[in-house]
Design a protein around this ligand. Structure first.
Ligand code: SAH
Length: 352
């Protein structure tokens, strides 16, 4: 392959690996996604994948409704900050803020976004927002209402693989010109939790230090300054083994090792571990619900019917968007909604 086929980052990785040896899967995924998101708008029919806020305005509206409900039952504190991690095109924020405004909630808006291409789109969708590279610069003078949809899955995972001589980090090496996953040479047993070390040869354990760090920081902020958060993503609620690394390009699954920086690399989110991280910081874990269950509890069916009445010519499309978000065979079960809140904040709708 040459640069035109699999991208400039592939050439850089080949040189790096040839000169200094295999790189970790975490390094590979982190660099690949940094390149990927910095260089394009990946969302929508013409891009690589479609997310829930891009499927229907109802998704963002119900997120906004949930946040407004929390805020009102917490006593409508001011000032209050809406914070979104990885806002994509700004669609979720625009829909959520429009819904929240009907309930008197008009927060200051903060976007944590690394991609300059997407920042421009976000500015058009939500004029007046403030941008940040991470949570550290987000104000501390009032509660945070935080949302993150399909953000954590883009953060790089670290993988350990059990070999005949113990645990090794999973690396990316070269077979000719092709990138291939291989076991590293350095013993890594100490990096694997004690209760998971005795696994069968070939077992892979995946962790996401970046996701843990984000939830650690967000939960600490909730405990310190009040507020509530929704982390929405595809993932699992019980600890499991195996690699969940995957790549999507032009709406199709592709080999994650084929063209680094040219496809969206993601991994399933380990919600069980993230709930523990949040609790360890003194935040409340309100629950982790299937997206379908959560959206139904928030009233997506009533909202579907009212939108259909308002534009009967679009009824079929509105109902099919609802099904895509809610039904088990589509996004309803694989996608999860994790709710967090400050210690003195109320329970959240949709988690019982
Ligand atoms: N939430 C949006 C977009 C999801 S795509 C939606 O649901 O449509 C992932 C988003 O996270 C993009 O906006 C991407 O630029 C951003 N992102 C990915 N890695 C990031 C990082 N390390 N820091 C900040 N933003 C990041």
């Amino acid at each position: 392959m040459n640069e035109a086929e699999d991208g400039a980052l592939a050439a850089t990785f080949r040189r790096l690996i040839a000169n200094t040896g295999p790189i970790s899967v975490m390094h590979y995924m982190g660099e690949a996604n940094a390149r990927y998101y910095a260089s394009r708008d990946p969302l929508g029919a013409a891009g690589d994948f479609v997310t829930a806020p891009e499927i229907s305005q109802m998704f963002g509206e119900l997120v906004g409704l949930w946040l407004a409900d929390m805020w009102i039952r917490a006593g409508s504190p001011e000032p209050v900050h809406y914070v979104e991690l990885g806002p994509g095109r700004g669609t979720l924020a625009r829909d959520a803020l429009r819904a929240a405004k009907r309930f008197g909630l008009e927060p200051r808006v903060h976007f944590v976004e690394s991609s300059t291409v997407l920042r421009d789109l976000q500015l058009a969708a939500v004029p007046g927002a403030f941008w940040h590279y991470d949570l550290s610069s987000v104000p501390r003078d009032g509660p945070l209402l935080l949302a993150a949809n399909e953000f954590l899955d883009a953060l790089p995972v670290r993988q350990m693989v059990k070999g005949a001589d113990g645990w090794r980090e999973r690396m990316v090496g070269l077979d000719g010109d092709r990138f291939v996953p291989i076991a590293g040479t350095r013993p890594m047993d100490a990096a694997v939790p004690e209760d998971r070390r005795a696994a069968a040869e070939g077992t892979i354990i995946e962790t996401c230090p970046g996701a843990a760090a984000v939830v650690f920081e967000a939960a600490g902020r909730l405990a310190e300054q009040g507020g509530a958060a929704l982390f929405i993503d595809y993932g699992y609620g019980e600890v499991r083994d195996g690699s969940t690394l995957q790549a999507v390009r032009a709406h199709r699954k592709v080999d994650p090792f084929a063209a680094p920086g040219e496809a969206d690399l993601t991994a399933l989110v380990d919600f069980a571990t993230l709930a523990q991280v949040a609790l360890s910081r003194g935040a409340r874990w309100l629950g982790t619900a299937g997206q379908g269950h959560w959206l139904r509890a928030l009233g997506i069916d009533a909202r579907t019917e009212s939108l259909c009445r308002a534009s009967p010519e679009h009824a079929a499309a509105i109902r099919s968007a609802r099904d895509r978000l809610v039904e088990d065979g589509q996004m309803g079960a694989l996608f999860k909604v994790m709710g967090l809140a400050a210690p003195h904040w109320p329970d959240g709708a949709g988690f019982s």
